[in-house]
Ligand binder design. Sequence first.
Ligand code: GLN
Ligand code: ZN
Length: 777
Amino acid sequence: MNITGAELPRTSVSGMPRIGARRELKRALESYWAGRVGAEALSAVGAEVRRANWVAGAAAGIDLIASNDFSLYDHVLDAAVLVGAIPARYLPAAGPPGLDTYFAMARGGSVAGVALEPLQLTKWFGTNYHHLVPELGPHTRFAVSSDKAFGELAESAALGIATKPVLLGPLSLLRSSRPDPGFDPLSLLDPLVQVYVEVLERLSEQGAAWVQLDEPILATDLGGADLAALAKVYRRLGEAGQRPRIVFCTSYGHVTPAMGTLVDLPVEGIGLDLCAGPSNVDALAGAGGLGARALFAGVVDGQRPWAADLRTTLAVLESLQDQAAHVVVSTSTSLLHLPVSLEPETNMDREVRSWLAFATEKLHELGVLADGIEHGRAAIAAELEASDEAVRRHERSDLILDPAVRARVSRLGPNDDRRAGTPESRRAAQAARLGLPVLPTTTIGSFPQTAELRAARVARSKMDMDEATYAARLREEVSRVVAMQEELGLDVIVHGEPERDDMVRYFAAQLDGFALTQDGWVQSYGSRCVRPPILFGDVSRPEPMTLEWATYAASLTSRPVKAMLTGPLTMLAWSFPRTDLSRQDVATQLALAISDEVRDLAAAGMAVIQVDEPGLAELVPLRRTECEAYLEWATRAFRLAVAPAAEDVQVHSHMCYAEFGVLLPALARMEMDVLSLEAVRSAMALLGDLASTGSPAQIGPGVYDVHAPRVPEVDELAGLIRRAVSVLGPERVWVNPDCGLKTRSYAEVAPVLANLVSATQLVRAELEAEPAIVVPA
Ligand code: GLN
Ligand code: ZN
């Protein structure tokens, strides 16, 4: 595997954002799904997004520009389709899979008149990107089933730009899939590798000099069988008759346990993430280096939006020169996790902006670093000086350090994260104050965001509507939503969150320490994008954030109103993090800022406060050995946030994902009184586990799936409630949907909530008639 020749690449990009600088692809997809445009228009927009990325790479002088990093929905789905891992139910008609099959797998839909559920979605290696989960089983038959990778290679060549096709590697594809129960996905390895061999041959025939095989799974804990399989697979691929040079690309963390295997793989390049996994440097040296292979040194951060410290990075690159025959300056991951460009961000604080680099700016950094390596520091003296100056300004900026916040954190005592009372005494105090019936009903917070609401928000942001008119409009919405809940007979009322466009951004806008982007959209899944706030400095809360809405709603009803907050872990998970302070310390600051809000809400008489933590699971480390430390500081941050809630203030939390895994035992340490969660899609399977963790919390397993456009009947809902009661006992069960209602319409929400209340009344009556007998569903 000697890597020689005059044309060794200096720079490589693992992948680019693919939703379009102005979210063109999002709009095209949604128009296509709505039937407003055809497949040709959609494909033209995709081609334009790819062209823009290739041209940007070429303009920055990047040697290995990625192709096949684009996707109409998800690159894991693309990989499954490439190798033909398409479950039979998506192929009711004969013939090759078309766009309707692809989108049915992605988001449900109908193929040849048959209605189909989509594949499951799950998180991609600790990022906020979600991928589809392919299904594998004994019936899986692999065969090259898509021309996408070949088509994109030809398309870039036609533009005069040679590209490096990117493929999800075979091991990561198998391990990112869901095997049938009892089925070992590794048993599919041989036929799968055969397909990859064919793909490599075809790419080589088409003229690809390099191919990138992504194996992010190496950043997780793998067993010996996986490492043995890895060695075997890559031996086969390495021996393929005709193939491009292979860069075996890892990302999202260190790969220390596998390093010994990696340095022996018969491939021409190994990619290491030196940003999320700086310990890779020592691990590589420990394994004796890469010998005659090239090291694709992932020094330009693909996950975080900060400009590189060029001098420090250059020193890292220099220190790596004797670990490999050649060093290629690379991104640490695909740039998919970053906005396209800083250019439109004209409203941002200029100083903060000067510390940032988005995807386009990162391309430039790669080139500068490569020049520094090739021609020496003198060749990039001006860039180094500018970077040094930016680093100095950043470090010394009084925007990032708030002495009052630091002092407050350092004063924290061992009991400041403890609520008053015991679970039992809180329960009694809350029961006395709230007087709720058995099986209390509530919702998760948001009500439908109507077209009128969205229009008002847009008008307000363009200054076409004055603040007073906008606020009046929102108050009207709150009073309508409160009246509706009273009429429906819900027990704990919410204000409906009409003022929030995004549960993290709304709070970030009101906290010190955050900057917001105008156009910094990042793909979350499919056509869904978010604008993560940028957490650059110490966090504090100058003014109450939600008090006005909560107290206004409370003034409209005699029933208890639940105030809604986003929790510290979710604020952290869904923002771009700072790198000069540990996540643990940032979480503590966020927790204190939110605790200020909890204190104010409680002082204003709010008896129920919900602190949402759907992000708690997203920060769970990829490696099991790091989980306990995470759960220690994460649960403490949550407790700090809710600690000001007195015994008679009921603290709710909400989490929505199907897999609780390592989180289950941690829930009991969070000192919440009521936890609502997603349960419909996991068929309430969680309840038994929850019942046995010793969590004192009452639990609201979601009985209505907010993601499905259907209205469940009373009987179906009653069945789910009975089932929850049979596992948890009637005293612990709340009845609620499984997430916020903001993406649904009132036409669905009104009958759903009416059925939910009727179902609850039915089960209450059964319990009253025969309290001892709970009929399992
Ligand atoms: N309170 C939020 C809502 O109802 C919770 C959203 C979430 O869990 N992602 O919209
Ligand atoms: Zn939710």
